[in-house]
Design a protein around this ligand. Structure first.
Ligand code: NAD
Ligand code: DAU
Length: 364
């Protein structure tokens, strides 16, 4: 949505910019568009990490603000004082297992927080209605529910059927964003993407959890029969997709973003084990797959996700560039060389979370 003022630098508010995808996006954007202004708003929950952005601290066009997306006064003030034209909204509670343990925070941040941002942006945008303003809402394929092995992949018109408190809260936020376009004409865009992986992903998610547990000799817990399928998207490809949507997307539209890498969980874990055996010089347990343990399934566990990205490919000329073998190798290498990043995250709080999830699902 760049129209006639395409050459003008943008002024972005990036919510959740200290999290996994948000921080990758901020690095991507600052590198691609050094003349743009990037303001990060992040509450620094357990999943937020200021160290993800340390390399940008001294850059003039970058600012970090610690704060909550539910804080309306703070958002009003940031929009005005920073003269924001683009919101890239990543902030969310993002982990399905945590949403099963405690859904309230998911409703608060994902629904109330998104509503707060939309209202603030609407009241800020309405008096001027400037052409290149936009509100990009980052959402997930999980809103579409679960596929059987033979179902066609999700398209932008697949009916919503969320199955976890997390995906239900994301679905709620998507509906609000859609309504703000149709009711008020607010220039919104929605992206629904598949499972991301890459650097800076918090240890609780499948790929970092398997890498880190291998390195510390802990069991590798695979839920259920391990036959669930996810479509893996390298985080750098996700960032380039958001870039094209911000610059060329049509207001009011939704774009699905997938990696074209459908893999069963057990196969993915086996691939990770092989990479660990090859790349990690001192594994406590070798071969690494001796640590694989099948544990009780996640409640309501979606069987398969798959994304049809035809719309973004044909209309916006985007395509993913990183295949799963290359992306996994890069990711394993990153976790191997960034022990100083992940070790402090295995905190008492994390151990307590781990105990709750994995003693409910197994005897680990
Ligand atoms: P993450 O959990 O790593 O990061 C979330 C960030 O949001 C953290 O920095 C956290 O501190 C911040 N945050 C949480 N609550 C906040 C609040 N109330 N106010 C301000 N900041 C707050 O998440 P992620 O994996 O980077 O996901 C980013 C977005 O992408 C989310 O909206 C998620 O639903 C979506 N998404 C993620 C994936 C994935 O595979 N990780 C896939 C599809 C969509
Ligand atoms: O599809 C997009 C979604 O991908 C995002 O919206 C979510 O924010 C993100 O967390 C992710 O959700 P998943 O539930 O698919 O990701 P997770 O990494 O938690 O799990 C991936 C698969 O691996 C899933 O089928 C559950 C399984 N799993 C996960 C963990 C943590 C295991 O078998 N064992 C585990 O210990």
């Amino acid at each position: 949505m760049r129209s006639e003022s395409s050459a003008l630098p943008r002024r972005l508010l990036v919510t959740g910019g200290a999290g996994f995808i948000g921080s990758n996006f901020v690095h991507y954007w600052c590198n691609a568009y050094p003349n743009d202004r990037v303001v990060v708003l992040d509450a620094l929950t357990y999943a937020g990490n200021k160290r993800n952005l340390a390399a940008l601290d001294r850059q003039e066009n970058f600012r970090f603000v610690q704060g909550d997306i539910c804080d309306r006064a703070l958002i009003d003030q940031l929009l005005q004082t920073e003269n924001i034209d683009t919101i890239a909204h990543f902030a969310a509670e993002s982990h399905v297992d945590r949403s099963i343990l405690g859904p309230a925070a998911f409703v608060q941040t994902n629904i109330v927080g998104t509503f707060t941002l939309l209202e603030a942006f609407r009241q800020y945008w309405e008096p001027k209605k400037t052409a290149n303003y936009c509100f990009l809402h980052v959402s997930t394929d999980e809103v579409y529910g679960s596929l059987s092995p033979s179902d066609p992949a999700f398209t932008e018109t697949t009916p919503y059927a969320p199955n976890s408190p997390y995906s239900a809260s994301k679905a709620g936020s998507d509906h609000l964003v859609r309504a703000y376009y149709h009711t008020y004409g607010l220039p919104t865009l929605i992206t629904n993407c598949s499972n991301n992986y890459g650097p800076y992903q918090f240890p609780e998610k499948l790929i970092p959890l398997m890498c880190i547990n291998s390195l510390i000799g802990k069991q590798l817990p695979v839920y259920g029969d391990g036959q669930n399928v996810r479509d893996w998207l390298y985080v750098g490809d996700h960032c380039s997709a958001i870039d094209v949507v911000i610059h060329r997307g049509v207001a009011g539209e939704t774009y699905n973003i997938g990696g074209n890498n459908e893999v069963k969980n057990i196969d993915l874990v086996q691939m990770l084990c092989q990479l660990m055996d090859e790349l990690a010089p001192q594994l406590p347990v070798r071969p690494c797959d001796k640590l694989i343990t099948f544990v009780k399934d996640r409640p309501g566990h979606d069987r398969r996700y798959a994304i049809n990205s035809t719309k973004i490919k044909t209309q916006l000329s985007w395509t993913p560039t990183v295949d799963i073998q290359t992306g996994l190798r890069q990711t394993v290498e990153w976790y191997l060389t960034h022990r100083d990043w992940w070790e402090p995250l295995l905190s008492k709080e994390y151990q307590e979370y781990y105990r709750q999830v994995y003693t409910q699902t197994s005897e680990l």
